[in-house]
Design a protein around this ligand. Structure first.
Ligand code: CMX
Length: 430
């Protein structure tokens, strides 16, 4: 923490100064316009948010602090957290320091487990995850220091404390929820010797004789951590945090957005679709049979989960990273083979149908199949693991936002009547 905090203390003042200068000198420059279709269309493509932790290119996908995700898949999540926050990789001392900080902070008070145990046994794991983060809210350091009187320029310091505590605690919550919700036995406490990904695997209690499940958890924590600021989970977290709600409140809210089937829940939905195919055909169908089944899905008015994206227009490189892992670890697994076959069959169908702007797979198209392979067969649980990873990104974004003094989010809305009058007046004037 000392090293990370020192690093942030060095980079924050010049960043603030640069932003102050940009606003002062170029504050009136136009960087985006909004059309009527965009106002009604989820603001797609409107450039009205700033996010320095990562960027998504339409064709090349995710870059974290300028580095393409394909260069980062062999890194440890702790290195990525440091990169998200500072724009640099940690040196050995900084990495050790951050790793042991996170290990030290990985504690969950008993009252959280009491609340989770009191929830109905068929609660959705994402509801339990969001509730657990919310219940922890009383631990917020930002909240305590804010009420004690905190200068705006120091907001980022207790926010960093909350961020590190949350990043350290969410794997414990997630693994505990897995064991409680699915009666897997006692909650397994964190092992202070293990890194974030390995600890998550260990606490879930998934048999892992050769360490590949721990490798998968490390990979998921890296590829799912951040995807700019405009996606539902990140933008929700940012919006809630902009009211100076502490990170527990903000991240819990973000997780509720992640729990939607068009966002993080697609991970679950996608495998459900794959398993449906497998059951219907008693294994991996022919290309022709899969082609017909995919058309039936579309014709019944449903989306093909795991395909399409609001920003991407090419195959998601995060999907490719999972595919590579699967090809190495479980090429004979029928469920994984079906994922590969779907990748071959579905994009041409979506192109032929002509509706989806992006006919290619996103990250969620493959991730569930590997969890299934390792014996994590409770589909409803999958998005929780996405949520653990996403916490790294949204917490990093929040620290930066507090550091640069981002104000409360408050865009202007207009009525349909206003739009009608405005556009018809313009047309009449031409
Ligand atoms: N299957 C069938 N139809 C699809 C489709 C898919 N996979 N993806 C998009 N379409 C359809 C849309 O439903 C929409 O149809 P209508 O005009 O009838 O409403 C049309 O194509 C245009 O949509 P779009 O502009 O291409 O996509 P959006 O930006 O509105 O939405 C997304 C993006 C991801 C919600 C959408 O592609 C989708 O529903 N995909 C399936 C769910 C999924 O995989 N979500 C995970 C995304 C990654 C994540 O956030 O985790």
């Amino acid at each position: 923490m000392a090293t990370l905090k020192e690093k942030l203390s060095q980079i924050i003042p010049p960043l603030r100064e640069e932003i102050r200068h940009l606003i002062q000198e170029y504050g009136k420059e136009v960087i985006s316009e909004v059309t009527v279709a965009q106002a009604y269309g989820g603001m797609r493509g409107v450039k009205a948010l700033v996010c320095d932790t990562s960027q998504v290119d339409n064709n090349r996908g995710l870059f974290i602090r300028g580095r393409h995700i394909s260069e980062l898949t062999g890194k440890r999540p702790e290195e990525i957290l440091y990169l998200l926050l500072t724009g640099e990789f940690p040196d050995a001392d900084a990495l050790n320091d951050l790793t042991s900080e996170l290990q030290r902070r990985a504690t969950v008070p008993e009252y959280v487990w009491d609340v989770l145990r009191a929830m109905p046994p068929d609660s959705h794991p994402m509801t339990m995850f969001s509730a657990a983060i919310l219940v922890l809210e009383k631990e917020s350091i930002f909240k305590q220091q804010y009420h004690a009187g905190l200068k705006k320029e120091d907001f980022w310091i207790p926010t960093l404390e909350d961020a590190l505590n949350l990043v350290a605690r969410v794997p414990v919550l997630a693994a505990g929820i897995y064991r409680l919700r699915y009666q897997k036995g006692e909650i397994i406490p964190p092992d202070p010797q293990r890194d974030l990904g390995a600890n998550l695997a260990h606490m879930m209690g998934v048999p892992d004789p050769n360490g590949e499940f721990a490798n998968l958890m490390r990979l998921y924590l890296v590829i799912y951590c951040d995807h700019e600021n405009g996606n539902v989970s990140a933008m929700t977290t940012h919006t809630v945090a902009s009211a100076l709600s502490n990170l527990y409140l903000a991240v819990s809210a973000g997780m509720n957005g992640l729990a939607g089937p068009l966002h993080g829940l697609a991970m679950e939905e996608c495998l459900r679709w794959i398993l449906m195919v497998k059951e219907k055909f008693g294994g991996v169908p022919t290309d022709e049979a899969l082609h017909k089944f995919a058309w039936e899905t579309l014709e019944s008015g449903q989306v093909i989960p795991g395909y399409g994206h609001a920003v991407l227009r090419q195959t998601d490189p995060r999907f490719l990273a999972i595919l590579e892992f699967g090809r190495r670890v479980c090429p004979e697994d029928e469920v994984f083979q079906l994922v590969e076959k779907t990748f071959k069959v579905v994009p041409p169908i979506l192109i032929e149908q002509g509706k989806a702007k992006d006919p290619w797979p996103n990250v969620d198209a493959a991730s569930g199949s590997l969890l299934w392979h390792f014996g994590v067969r409770e589909l409803e649980y999958y998005t929780v693991l996405f949520g653990v990873a996403r916490t790294l990104g949204v917490c990093s974004q929040a620290v930066i936002s507090r550091a640069i003094g981002s104000p409360i989010v408050r865009p202007k809305s207009v009525t349909t009547q206003w739009i009608r009058e405005t556009v018809t007046k313009k047309t009449a004037a031409v």
